[in-house]
Design a protein around this ligand. Structure first.
Ligand code: BDR
Ligand code: CA
Length: 315
């Protein structure tokens, strides 16, 4: 079997950016058909710019970056500059990217690419609010037959929320889009805070990456330097959780993770718990499983993988 064909839909964000670097370092396993961007951590004009800057860091002029939806389906946009800084990727120098922005809308790119593909042949990797993915499904539901699986970062069960007491940021920003995705009927692998909070970017792990001293490594270490400051203060951890790279790490090395098939529904009505992921981990509702809820990871193995892959930018 050849490389798995993927579309990464993201809102960089330091952890989205590191996820892109991880994916671009792994061409034997992953063929990136396109990088689509959405409003989330920062507004769309910044997320699309940041994705292009990361392609520059990786020296990947062959990548195609598309801009998608500038706001969620129903709710007003909520951003996270307090976590990611004003640029979204504070910690590195942010200038004008060399990489051009594609003219086509991200949702059209997703729809057209899927329609032209074989059945169950393309994997979607969303690491931001699910607006673009849901809009593509709403625009043409026949694309779903072409989706192999969706491996996403979002949601929380045991860990509680990180942007409200009960909701994780990506799901809270666009809960209506998230529910479209959770009920889409294709295989879903979900990296919620329960697992991402296990991959902490400790000082020692960041130092291992920095020591690689190539442009991707220095960018990763620089971004983590900023990201760690906020999250360490918030959680009292020794560093920040590296949320989004859990998606690509799972595609590369699923044996590092443990997951459990169960039903997940998104709260879209209650003002108090908006965006909560109701995870039926113990199967108490009788509702059919619609997702693999990933709840554990070998964190040292995860960082060994990240260090090895970022090290590839040295050659
Ligand atoms: C998620 O929200 C964003 O701040 C991160 O990029 C990640 O995708 C974690 O809740
Ligand atoms: Ca993200």
């Amino acid at each position: 079997m050849g490389a798995e064909k993927i579309i990464i839909d993201c809102d960089p964000g330091q952890d989205d950016a590191i996820n892109l670097l991880l994916a671009m370092s792994s061409p034997a396993e992953l063929e990136i058909l396109g990088i689509t961007t959405v409003a989330g951590n920062v507004p769309l004009e910044f997320t699309q710019r940041n994705a292009r800057l990361i392609c520059d860091v990786a020296d990947r002029g062959d990548m195609r970056v598309y801009a998608g939806c500038p706001r969620p389906m129903v709710r007003p946009l909520l951003t996270a500059e307090k976590v990611h800084g004003g640029t979204g990727i504070d910690g590195i120098e942010v200038g004008t990217p060399k990489q051009p922005l594609q003219q086509r809308h991200a949702v059209d790119f997703i729809v057209d690419t899927l329609l032209a593909a074989d059945d169950a042949s393309i994997t979607l990797v969303p690491t931001g609010p699910l607006t673009n993915i849901a809009m593509a499904i709403v625009k043409d539901p026949s694309i779903l037959a072409k989706v192999r699986r969706i491996v996403l970062m979002g949601g929380a069960m045991r860990e509680g929320g990180n942007f409200s007491p009960s909701a994780e940021f990506n799901i809270l920003v666009d809960p209506h889009a998230a529910q479209v995705v959770f009920e889409c009927g294709r295989p879903l692998v979900v990296m919620g805070l329960d697992v991402t909070h296990q991959v902490i970017a400790t000082r020692e792990r960041v130092a291992r990456i920095a020591a690689l001293a190539n442009p991707a490594a220095l960018a990763t270490a620089g971004m983590l330097g900023f990201f760690n400051r906020h999250d360490s203060k918030k959680y009292g951890y020794e560093g920040a959780p590296l949320h989004d790279p859990c998606t690509v790490a799972w595609l590369l090395c699923p044996e590092l993770f443990d997951g459990h098939d169960c039903n997940v529904v998104v709260e879209t009505a209650s003002p108090l718990t908006m965006g909560h992921t109701a995870v039926d981990f113990w199967g108490v509702t009788g509702r059919r499983p619609n997702a693999t809820w990933v709840h554990a990871v070998d964190a040292d193995g995860f960082y060994d993988l990240l260090v090895e892959r970022i090290g590839r930018y040295s050659t």
